[in-house]
Design a protein around this ligand. Sequence first.
Ligand code: NAD
Length: 267
Amino acid sequence: MTDTTPGPGSVALITGGTGGFGRALAATLRGRGVTAVLADLDSDRARATAADLGCPFVALDVTDRAANRAVVEQVEGEHGRLDAVFLNAGIAGSTSDQLLDMDSFLRVVDVDLFGVVYGAEAAIPALQRAGGGAIVVTASLAGLSPMATDPGYSVAKGGVVAFVRSMAPRLAGAGITITAICPGFADTAIIDPIRAQFEQAGFPVLTAQEVADAMLAAWASGEPGAAYVVQPGVGAVPYRFKGVPSAKTAAGETAVVPEALRPPSMG
Ligand SMILES: NC(=O)c1ccc[n+]([C@@H]2O[C@H](COP(=O)([O-])OP(=O)(O)OC[C@H]3O[C@@H](n4cnc5c(N)ncnc54)[C@H](O)[C@@H]3O)[C@@H](O)[C@H]2O)c1
């Protein structure tokens, strides 16, 4: 039985680790005795933030596939194991009034979707070597309810929710739990351009700590493939996907999906 309990001796990697959610999670993990390695774009600010939190820092651009693998190797080399990875780095898309800002679209999909896929690819063998573990992806409410103001972000976050749900059964078979966190608007730097509008409208935003608590809970007790909505006044609740209509046979009975197309855990 895999023990994924976060505690002393366990090692976690957080991408975007010196941003708003990353910092709150790092402090929470440190409080539990977990070694939290913070990966982020290299800057004096990022290095100083990690040092203030008492966490090791590694420079990483998540859009660099090979660099994701190198960082995981470095973490295993320096800390002996990897128990959980929080694929949390992200950017917002364009606020321009173009109908479709293609440069912004491609950039946000590269960071917010491919950055997650590369991170998972890199972490899976290390988590297996640790005897199992957790991958927690920071998606967004925009992945469940697309934002008309930001198509690239909506596609990227919808994509990571689909990635998590698609990967969950095969990873569960390998002792790895993958989950998504889907926060509403939260008080971090990413909402700087629109913060005043929330304040003027009296619209509640989450604290970074509320999201960090949901991220920790997803590691400790997340259900494979779950997408946890986090909203002010609601807490973290698993989103209930509606499903799609099944095919019917000519006789009007529900058609059974061919065995080869069923996910591993469904047998
Ligand atoms: N704050 C919100 O309202 C909100 C809501 C839902 C989801 N999210 C998601 O939460 C995650 C964390 O965001 P946050 O709110 O803490 O914002 P933030 O801007 O404070 O943190 C984001 C971090 O990601 C890092 N980053 C950006 N591009 C990177 C790259 N290419 N490689 C490595 N690191 C990179 C940044 O340097 C920063 O430290 C993001 O994926 C974001 O989309 C945020």
